[in-house]
Design a binder for this molecule. Structure first.
Ligand code: XUL
Ligand code: CO
Length: 443
């Protein structure tokens, strides 16, 4: 990657290199070799890793019981715009040193909010112009942009689902600008995570009206994108709860129903986040399979939750078994297209050193790279694919094929059962398959 000329914010850390599994250097990749060619494409281009600006450059380690623990030198100073610009330099140096080809942001994490929307937009434009220069100088690209419609108190009762039309209008104006700057930075996607689009109590909520408003809002976004010629893919990021008790985009399946109900399915795919999947009571792989089944697999927010805690802990994922299963489903679906793997993950509040940011991403990137290779082997060997195909083979011919083609009805099938009698039970062989998977994961 090309170098920038600004002073180093990470002077003691050099660009992370691939050194292979034998290395004892903790600041090296063991599995992620960005330049490695696989099927005529580099691993970097296969995986399309991305860094989440909000966690890695705005996360300060706050929790409900205590304030900032993670203090960065570039955040010092009085003028918030100068700080934002310097922080952006630090971020791009990090993106380069960690060998990430993409980054992602919310409007409000890259630039401070002004006293009016107009002033906020002016500040945002200044920071975006700087980001554009840094993108050009480094070759790092924008995977997606989005608007923060959840931090400011004005959004406490929702944005597009707010009972006050004035707040809806404000949210629309903010997304309009966020789409403009995403286009300006060549963003390949635009994400909608329904921050506070949900409710706490039905005593004060008109659920139907709120969901209708969300449908209207997204139609306006589609129309606006067309009008400015923004070609990036729109993505919905489902999450079942947190911050609100009932979020409207609960999971992928309910997201599909929502999009189809409002005639939006042509315009959206899903950004699936591991920790959101588990909060919904699903596995990561389940959410990927549901999106893929509808041709709506878009991108991944790569992280992990702690299953012993009931909230969105946004940890870096080093669970190769879980990631291998996810990768199998992603590769089977033909990959992520314009999407990528965005590390929507944060340091623990006790990990306060600069190098912790590197260790965290190295671990996540290595785990995904290893999982990618294992998944490719699993699919090339074809053992699971063959097992599953055999399991459904009765639908390939005869009356099974007629069922799939809807050529038969209950009367035909009732007659058939009179003739065939009792079906013969057949083992689903789960333990055998789990052992087979363990061979790949442990190898
Ligand atoms: C929140 C979350 C967001 C979205 C972007 O849980 O995942 O950071 O990814 O708004
Ligand atoms: Co996310």
């Amino acid at each position: 990657m090309k170098k920038t000329t600004t002073k180093s914010h990470f002077p003691r850390i050099r660009t992370i290199r691939y050194e292979g599994v034998g290395t004892d250097n903790p600041l090296a990749f063991r599995h992620y070799n960005p330049a490695e060619e696989i099927d005529g494409k580099s691993l970097k281009d296969h995986l399309r890793f991305s860094i989440a600006y909000w966690h890695s450059f705005r996360g300060a380690g706050l929790d409900p019981f205590g304030g900032a623990t993670i203090v960065r030198p570039w955040d010092a100073g009085k003028n918030p715009v100068d700080i934002a610009l310097r922080r952006m330099d630090a971020a791009f140096e990090f993106f380069q040193k960690i060998e990430s080809p993409f980054w992602c942001f919310h409007d409000r994490d890259i630039a401070p909010e002004g006293r009016s929307l107009r002033e906020s937009n002016t500040i945002l434009d200044r920071v975006v112009a700087h980001a554009k220069q840094l993108q050009k100088a480094t070759g790092i690209k924008l995977l997606w942009g989005t608007a923060n419609l959840f931090s400011n108190p004005r959004f406490m009762c929702g944005a597009a689902t707010n009972p006050d039309a004035h707040v809806f209008a404000y949210a629309a104006a903010q997304v309009k600008k966020a789409m403009d700057v995403t286009k300006e930075l060549g963003g390949e996607n635009y994400v909608f995570w329904g921050g506070r689009e949900g409710y706490e109590s039905l005593l004060n909520t008109d659920l139907k009206r709120e969901v209708d408003h969300l449908g209207a809002f997204l139609h306006m976004a589609v129309e606006y994108a067309k009008s400015i010629g923004f070609k990036g893919q729109f993505l919905i990021e489902p999450k079942p709860k947190e911050p609100t008790k009932h979020q409207y985009d609960f999971d992928v399946q309910s997201g599909v129903a929502f999009l189809r109900t409002y005639g939006l399915e042509k315009y959206f795919k899903f950004n699936i986040e591991t920790n959101h999947a588990t909060l919904a009571g699903h596995t990561f792989q389940h959410e990927i399979e549901v999106a893929a089944a509808h041709g709506m697999l878009g991108s991944i927010d790569a992280n992990a939750g702690d299953l012993l805690l009931g909230w969105d802990t946004d940890q870096f994922n080093t669970d190769v078994r879980e990631l291998t299963l996810a990768m199998v489903s992603i590769l089977k679906a033909g990959g992520l297209g314009t999407g990528g793997f965005n590390f929507d993950a944060k340091l623990r509040r006790t990990s306060i050193d600069m190098d912790d940011l590197f260790h965290a991403h190295i671990g996540g990137m290595d785990a995904y790279a290893l999982a990618f290779k294992k998944a490719r082997r699993i699919l090339a060997d074809g053992k699971f694919t063959k097992f599953v195909a055999d399991r459904y083979a009765s639908y390939d011919t005869g009356f099974g094929a007629d069922i799939e083609k809807r050529k038969v009805g209950f009367r035909d099938l009732a007659k058939l059962v009179d003739k065939l009698g009792e079906p013969k039970p057949r083992s689903a062989k789960q333990e055998y398959l789990e052992n087979l998977l363990a061979d790949y994961v442990n190898d």
